[in-house]
Ligand binder design. Structure first.
Ligand code: G3P
Length: 223
C-alpha cells in the first residue's frame, strides 16, 4: 500500500449494510482514481470477498482470528482472508482487542501469507511493545477519542509525535498511522506533519452526509 494513505474502516455501521457497503467502496475507489491518492478500505467482514472482487483499491479485513483453517465455526482464518482477495488486515482494533500472544501469532502468520498488517494500539507503551512484533503498520488511536468530533491530532498531538519517534527508534521499518476523530483535510495534514504515514478513520466518512465530498476534503490534506 502506497503511503501516505487514508484507510477507511467501515466498522459495522448501519450505513454500510448490504448494497450500501459496496456503494461506499465504489466512492472510495472513484476518489482514489480521480486524485491518485492512496485510499484503502476495511469493509464489514461479511462483505470482504465480495467487495475485494469488485474494487481495485486495497481492501483489508477488520479482524482476523488465530488458529488455522479447519473444524472451527464462526472464526476468520488467515487463509480465508488471504483467499478473499483482501491485501491485509487490521489487528487488535480498540473495539476488538486481543492478547499480545495472539497479536504476535497473527503478525507472523500474516507475513507468511503476504498480508499487510495494521496493528492498532491505544497508547505509547503498547505501541512500543507492538513495534517489536514488526507489523507493517502501527495505528495509534486513543480509544476515548474514537468516534468523536475532536481529532487525535488536535486533542493529543504528543501521543502521535511520540509514537512516531519511538517507533522510528525501535523498528524504523514499521510505518505509523493515526486515527480517532479525524474528519477534515486539516486533520490529515496535521497527521502527516506529525510524522505519520497516513490516517485510519471511520465515522468521518461512513457517517458523512456526503461521503464523496468528505473524502475529497480529506485527500486534500495529503498534499
Ligand atoms: O478504525 C478507525 C477508528 O477507530 C477511528 O474511528 O470514527 O474516530 O474515525 P473514528
Amino acid at each position: 500500500m502506497k503511503t501516505p494513505a487514508i484507510v477507511i474502516n467501515f466498522k459495522i455501521y448501519k450505513e454500510v449494510v448490504g448494497a450500501k457497503g459496496l456503494e461506499l467502496a465504489r466512492i472510495c475507489e472513484a476518489v482514489a482514481s480521480e486524485t491518485d491518492a492512496s485510499i484503502a478500505i476495511a469493509p464489514q467482514m461479511v462483505d470482504l470477498g465480495f467487495i475485494a472482487e469488485k474494487v481495485s483499491i486495497p481492501v483489508f479485513a477488520q479482524h482476523i482470528d488465530t488458529g488455522t483453517a479447519g473444524a472451527f465455526t464462526g472464526f476468520t482464518s488467515v487463509e480465508a482472508v488471504a483467499g478473499s482477495g483482501a491485501v491485509g488486515t487490521l489487528i487488535n482494533h480498540s473495539e476488538h482487542r486481543i492478547k499480545i500472544s495472539e497479536i504476535d501469532e497473527l503478525v507472523q502468520v500474516c507475513k507468511k501469507q503476504s498480508l499487510i498488517t495494521i496493528l492498532c494500539t491505544n497508547n505509547l507503551e503498547v505501541s512500543s511493545a507492538c513495534a517489536m512484533l514488526k507489523p507493517d503498520f502501527i495505528a495509534i488511536e486513543p480509544p476515548e477519542l474514537i468516534g468523536g468530533d475532536i481529532s487525535v491530532t488536535t486533542a493529543d498531538p504528543d501521543i502521535v509525535k511520540n509514537t512516531v519517534t519511538e517507533i522510528k527508534n525501535l523498528a524504523p521499518e514499521v510505518k505509523v498511522l493515526t486515527g480517532a476523530g479525524i474528519k477534515t483535510s486539516e486533520d490529515v495534514a496535521k497527521a502527516i506533519e506529525l510524522g505519520t504515514d497516513g490516517v485510519l478513520l471511520a465515522s468521518g466518512i461512513v457517517k458523512a452526509e456526503d461521503p464523496r465530498k468528505a473524502l475529497m476534503d480529506l485527500v486534500a490534506g495529503l498534499k
